[in-house]
Write a protein that binds this ligand. Structure first.
Ligand SMILES: [Zn+2]
Length: 227
């Protein structure tokens, strides 16, 4: 019986684990194969889930062990545990712990935490890797959904999809403005006709709930914030 296909890696022994880099093992996409053996009515089928990488098509469970081994070799178990913690706190589809670990391994192999385009780049690194956060190109934005100041990276702005970025507060993709420094400190303002360079907002408070584009009932601006 031979269910082995060319380019398929089915054991760790076939891989030079000591030399494998994160780039080598990066998960490009999952593969699925039906493998048959035997003839006629004795023919049997097995199924194989694989992972397409630069090294070849690695059987999925082998890939997870490989990723664990490379992370361990690089002394990055701490980052992996942060990723798992992060995944579990954002586990909206209630995946079991084993799945969270697998997801974290995929993210780790992709070094997602070093990608400024990652939508969680700012909060993740702010919490776990303050040195990385301190070096990031942070931009304060106000998304139209939540109308609150939040932080994204310049890289996310540069790659804004149809003029939208992922809102730091609610995670929705929405359009945004970049308030100036004064607004960042005193609250966002889109500088409508009521904005006076010296006085700030001159809109009567009674008009704000319908006339101000950034007025938020839950977060009613005080007179101080608008002056
Ligand atoms: Zn939002």
């Amino acid at each position: 019986m031979n269910t082995r296909m060319k380019g398929h890696i089915n054991t760790l022994l076939e891989i030079d684990v000591a030399a494998a880099t994160f780039s080598d093992i990066r998960w490009h996409y999952g593969t699925f194969n039906t493998l048959s053996s035997g003839e006629g009515r004795n023919k049997t089928y097995t199924y194989r889930n694989g992972v397409k990488t630069d090294l070849g098509d690695i059987e999925e469970s082998v890939w997870y062990r490989l990723a664990e081994a490379v992370i361990c070799r690089e002394g990055e178990q701490q980052i992996l545990s942060w990723l798992i913690e992060w995944e579990s706190e954002h586990n909206y589809s209630k995946e079991p712990p084993a799945m969270l670990r697998q997801q974290a391994l995929k993210s780790h192999a992709a070094r997602i935490f070093d990608c400024p385009q990652w939508v969680h780049y700012v909060p993740f690194n702010k919490r776990y890797r303050p040195d990385v956060y301190a070096q990031a190109h942070i931009v304060s934005v106000v998304n139209t959904c939540c109308k609150k100041i939040g932080e994204v990276t310049q890289e996310q702005i540069d790659r804004a999809y149809e003029g939208t970025v992922c809102c730091p507060h609610c995670g929705r993709w929405s359009t945004f403005i970049i308030p100036d420094k004064r607004e960042a400190e005193h609250g966002p303002c889109q500088k409508c006709d009521c904005n006076d360079p010296d006085m700030g907002c001159t809109m009567p408070s009674i008009d704000r709930n319908y006339a101000c584009p950034i007025y938020d009932r839950q977060d009613e601006p005080t007179a101080d914030k608008h002056s």
